[in-house]
Write a protein that binds this ligand. Structure first.
Ligand SMILES: [Zn+2]
Length: 136
């Protein structure tokens, strides 16, 4: 797995935990990913260096404005892709998540702006989750 992909996946998980109104903690992330606490805290240090989160050991984890912008973009790309695959390409709902997991890491504003237009600015994905409205 590419390093940026792993970081983006962590950030996305933090975004989803916050979206569910839960407190972000090392143990919650570790349980979710089935990894050890030390690998979670190593990764959180990297996300902190990037300015994406605020993190001190044993304190709740917060997302910075910068982190939130990036997370919204990734989540939006993921959910737009799922809408595109179902609404335009005729995929079944259960088939689209794995494909979207890969496409969400593509860095191309042109690609996603066009996709957004094609799905007519969809507000929710095929699973009913809200698509964050953001600039790519
Ligand atoms: Zn999905």
């Amino acid at each position: 797995m590419k390093k940026t992909v792993a970081k983006e996946d962590y950030l996305k998980l933090i975004y989803k935990i916050i979206e569910e109104d839960k407190k972000v903690s090392v143990s919650l992330i570790a349980n979710h990913l089935c990894v050890g606490y030390s690998s979670v805290s190593n990764m959180l240090k990297k996300l902190k260096e990037l300015g994406w989160i605020e993190y001190k050991p044993y304190k709740p984890i917060f997302m910075t404005k910068k982190g939130n912008v990036i997370a919204s973009q990734i989540v939006s790309k993921h959910r737009l892709t799922e809408s595109f695959l179902v609404n335009v390409m005729g995929f079944k709902i259960k088939e689209v998540h794995e494909i979207a997991e890969e496409i969400e890491h593509i860095n191309s504003p042109k690609f996603f702006n066009r996709m957004k237009k094609i799905v007519k600015d969809a507000k929710t994905d095929p699973h009913g989750s809200k698509i964050p409205n953001c600039e790519f």
